[in-house]
Design a protein around this ligand. Structure first.
Ligand code: ARG
Length: 407
């Protein structure tokens, strides 16, 4: 049985109750670890709250740059969209937190780590599978999976033990937020037929009234600048969340397949993520050779699925990263995004209106239908004949396709 545990601490109701509960029920010493992945909030207050709840140590780690440079950059290279839609907001932050949980367990001599996830979600999978990949010797405790308390019970438990929490029994949404976006669950959204209420959104309130353009510069697949201003990736993402979010762009409303077998209605707002993937994928259209582009597109959904499923630290995910890294060598250039406010104050649009690259594979002289055409038209005749040769042979010898005549 564990003696000392490092708990992934958010400062919210569940993990605050967990600090106390782990001490009271399991008799372990709790080290609270809050990881800043860009979710915002008062980390001094969060650190103190854990101590007040009974933690023997309480630490805060700033992992925003790490999240941007090691995780967001890979996600952009993979044009990340789980099930074609979700750019992996929560899924991308969990392995960042796991890294720090394991490091803190070593630093504080803990023999276990803990998280505040319930048994119904994906995040428990990500915490636990990630931890087992990095530190198979550590025990993993999941108090919220075993304590059998409802949200109201947790609020009562906090009151009884004088744990200061902001939660009220009427809380509508469950929110998970980081640099890469915001996931909104629970409340009315649990009915897939009900439109997400406007108050669920904070990053994508459509406030802009004028259309504008934004130029994103990439080097080897990494976003480096906005309108010619060099920014580090964390700054760039934060800035785009505001600039693009002001157009109400970045919302995702979907029914998603969780790893644990449940279909759930999910709402996300991720303006920077969707804009960057849109721009990046477009620059790849200009700079990736055809076969490479097609094969990469086949592998991208697999990468998203692996990360969604908690397999950030896994051999296939690492091998895919190596493939994507190789593919990004020439993804350098600029993409111009056109942002337009929506009609009637509703969500607007973000579309690519131009792209250019010093390494572009677009050859105007080959593509043009005007003067200056350098395409060898004569070559086409033989090429097309040979391309169609197998089909012509099939048609001649085996009669071709049945039912080929129009009815
Ligand atoms: N369904 C999303 C995912 O699995 C969002 C999870 C949000 N997490 C949370 N603790 N509210 O990535």
């Amino acid at each position: 049985m564990a003696k000392r545990v490092v708990l992934a601490y958010s400062g919210g109701l569940d993990t605050s109750v967990a600090v106390k509960w782990l001490g009271e029920e399991l008799g372990v010493e709790v080290v609270a670890l809050a990881v800043d992945v860009g979710q915002g909030g008062d980390f001094d207050a969060i650190r103190r709250r854990a101590l007040d709840a009974g933690a023997v140590e309480s630490v805060v780690v700033d992992a925003v740059t790490e999240m941007a440079d090691d995780f967001v950059v890979s996600a952009i290279a993979a044009n990340v969209r789980y099930e074609g839609k979700y750019p992996l907001v929560s899924a991308l932050s969990r392995p960042v937190i796991v890294r720090h949980l394991v490091a803190a367990a070593r630093r504080f001599g803990a023999d276990a780590v803990a998280h505040g996830c319930t048994g119904k979600g994906n995040d428990q999978v990500r915490f636990e599978v990630g931890t087992r990949a990095l530190a198979p010797d550590l025990e993993i405790l999941a108090p919220a999976r075993v304590w059998g308390m409802t949200r109201a019970d947790c609020i009562d438990y906090a009151a009884k033990h004088a744990i200061a929490v902001e939660a009220t029994k009427e809380k509508v949404y469950s929110i998970d937020e980081n640099l890469w976006g915001r996931a909104i669950e629970c409340g009315q959204i649990e009915d897939p037929w009900v439109a997400p209420p406007e108050d669920a959104y904070t990053l994508t309130r459509p406030t802009a009234t004028q259309a504008r353009e934004l130029t994103i510069g990439f080097e080897a697949g990494v976003p480096m600048s906005v309108d010619g201003r060099a920014l580090d990736v964390a700054e760039l993402v934060a800035e785009l969340n505001v600039a693009v979010g002001a157009y109400g762009f970045g919302r995702v409303d979907m029914v998603e397949n969780r790893r644990v077998g449940i279909k759930s209605r999910e709402t996300y707002e991720c303006p920077a993520a969707l804009a960057l993937v849109l721009a990046h994928a477009d620059l790849e259209d200009l700079t990736l050779e055809r076969d490479l582009a097609h094969e990469k597109a086949r592998l991208e959904p697999r990468w998203a699925e692996l990360v969604y499923d908690g397999l950030w630290f896994s051999p296939l995910k690492e091998a895919l990263d190596a493939f994507f890294a190789e593919s990004q060598k020439h993804v350098t250039g600029e993409v111009r995004l056109s942002l337009v406010p929506g009609a009637g104050g509703g969500p607007g649009s973000c579309l690519v209106s131009g792209r250019r690259s010093p390494l572009s594979l677009y050859d105007h002289d080959l593509a043009t239908y005007d003067a200056g055409d350098s395409f060898q038209h004569g070559d086409a005749e033989g090429f097309v004949r040979l391309w169609g040769l197998p089909v012509a042979t099939w048609a001649a010898r085996q009669g071709g396709r049945q039912g080929a005549s129009p009815s």
